[in-house]
Design a protein around this ligand. Structure first.
Ligand SMILES: Cc1cn([C@H]2C[C@H](O)[C@@H](COP(=O)(O)OP(=O)(O)OP(=O)(O)O)O2)c(=O)[nH]c1=O
Length: 198
């Protein structure tokens, strides 16, 4: 059975592909706004919105969606609007720790489940020249918090506590647990019932 990834994120596609999940990509437009100020609730709500919008197109589909934000000083940072906002975000993150939240939603027809993961990321102190260099790469423009840990952004990161893949946009072990809670195999040869088992 093929999964539907309700996400345009190339990172999420890459991660699912790396573990051998059979899936297609299908996205539907949803608002990225939420009234939720609690980041763990907000990312789950947004992931559920993305997944439900795709369920309108494929009511019987098995759907995976996710949403990632960065939190610092009680503020939630999404993707920067432009290069100058990206630079501002990086200035806020330099030389300290922030927390990345990713919410994941899994839908199978009318059944739904969601969860989240939080990872603390510590940036090293960065000079103004380094901040400007990174912002000018444009790499952070389509990423929450304005950086990508898996690309040149790795040069900004001193250390992390928690799931690395959560920072990239899809916490894989959390996703596996959510699929198992719905009794659905994420990777078929991992979760197929053993032969001879009832
Ligand atoms: C912090 C961080 C975020 N990101 C990315 C993951 C997400 O793709 C993106 C956060 O934006 P999202 O709104 O979560 O996702 P998206 O707009 O890319 O895709 P879609 O809504 O269609 O699912 O930031 C990284 O790739 N690396 C990082 O280090």
């Amino acid at each position: 059975m093929t999964w539907i990834l309700a996400s345009g994120s190339p990172r999420r596609r890459e991660l699912l592909g790396r573990i051998g999940v059979r899936f297609e990509v299908l996205t539907a437009h949803t608002s990225e706004d939420t009234e939720q100020r609690d980041p763990a609730q907000a990312v789950q709500e947004l992931a559920l919105h993305k997944a439900r919008a795709v369920r309108e197109l494929r009511p019987e589909g098995r759907i995976i969606a996710a949403d990632t934000v960065v939190t610092v000083d009680g503020d939630i940072l999404g993707k920067p609007r432009d290069a100058s906002e990206n630079l501002e975000m990086l200035r806020r993150l330099a030389g300290r720790e922030h927390v990345v939240y990713t919410g994941v939603a899994v839908l199978a027809g009318a059944r739904e489940i969601s969860g989240f993961e939080a990872t603390a990321v510590r940036f090293r102190p960065l000079s103004e020249a380094e901040l400007r260099w990174y912002a000018a790469t444009g790499e952070g423009l389509d990423k929450a918090g304005g950086y990508g840990i898996q690309e040149r952004g790795m040069l900004l990161v001193e250390g992390i506590t928690g799931d690395y893949f959560n920072v990239m946009g899809l916490p894989m072990v959390r996703l596996l647990a959510l699929c198992r809670a719905l009794d659905l195999p994420l990777v078929e040869d991992l979760d197929l019932p053993e032969k001879g088992q009832p």
